[in-house]
Write a protein that binds this ligand. Sequence first.
Ligand code: DUC
Ligand code: ZN
Ligand code: ZN
Length: 484
Amino acid sequence: MNEFDLTIRNGRISDANTTYYADIGIKDGKIAIIADRLSAADSDIDATGLWVLPGGIDSHCHVDERSPMGMRVADDFLSATTAALFGGTTTIIPFAVQHRKDHLPTVIADYKALAAQRAVIDYALHLIVTDPNPDTLSSHLPAAIRSGITSFKVFMTYEVLKLTDEQILDILELADAEGALVMIHAENDDMIRWLTRKLLSFGHTSPKFHGVSHDPIAEAEATNRAVSLAALMDVPILIVHVSGIEPLRIIHGAQALGLNILAESCPQYLFLTAEDLDLPGVEGAKYCCSPPPRDPISQKAVWDSLLDGTLQLYSSDHAPYKFDETGKIPRGEQTIFTEMANGLPGIELRMALLFSEGVLTGRMPIERFVALCSTNHARTYGLFPRKGAIAVGSDADLALWDPTVKRVVRAELLHDKAGYTPYEGRTVTGWPTTVISRGRVAVQDNRLLLQPGDGELLACGTPEPVVRQRLNGNPNSVRRKFFT
Ligand code: DUC
Ligand code: ZN
Ligand code: ZN
């Protein structure tokens, strides 16, 4: 009998720290050994010429979810996890959404059932909390955290989702007490509403005005307020989908003061700009997301911040809506910018775009790519070192990248259900041609080898930023001095 179930030999391995050549032996879904010159197991992959990386973790994606405007994203767990896998991602963390008046335990149970039937890769869950009523705060959220859902997102905008600052303070306090991380969508709702009202009154209705209404000052103001709320409470927060230079300045400044502020960005802020929304008719709806893509100065700021550590996470924010009446253009050519579903598909291309434009151009070291696409997600959300590592004992979730493959991006070659891609026609160099999920070859020769239901629910531990805060927090903060 063979010592290993699968060996991967002759590959060039990179993790978040270093790059080296070695063989990997896999047993029972875990990495059992990393060594020079293993002999081949029954199942053996010759990875000569390939880069062996930890499978990606996409910790911000919307799957089988209803939008703030009542539309449903196009992907269920089967299509979303399949698309993720073909793009080299082996773990996703989507959101179970508590809409107002929803009973949180029921929301979680229903969402887990959807995932269990259809996911092909492993997944953990975040929550979106819109109704922090006494039951939610005193019992339902603590129970969810103890069950392994240790992160939740709150909104500062959208009428049907947003929380007041006071409600956010309650949530931050609870997160601190129970060991969870709060993710914040930071945009100033009143500014957006005021700008929207004025734009419409002047007859400015086309998709490009979505970008105008979500001015960067609205994002910067809310980011500053979120940072202030976190500082008052002496807790970490994560600002999601940061779009450009104005919020980045605030985040960078807060980090320089020693505050435990984490931040994430996404492909749309590296590879798209406001000009993409400015297309004839309603075509620009294909590029509508919130916050919207900005200008080249902001694009550069996002690139620089991914490299210098101001941004720790690179996620897709996959929010796939079809370019039809179910999503992007509910009233066809008559659709105005306030009616278009907000969000872009990107779960499959997330890493390929960055690998091609960041790593292979020499702009980004491969180790930073691994940190931004995988390891930092595992650390941030309490999944490390089970996920996000190439190490003995870690799950054997691996993507074997061929850095010579060139692909022209075409929507029909992707596996999500959006039916279009904002990156249509671009050429990417480098692709994960073989992907392994818990020791099983999951994608090979462009074929899916896993079944719906093969993915497992992961229980997250305490997020590392929360652990760090407990060690290094401010004992003189007003809350710790007077309220404990
Ligand atoms: N926020 C997200 O995180 N995704 C899609 C839309 C939004 O506002
Ligand atoms: Zn958001
Ligand atoms: Zn999102």
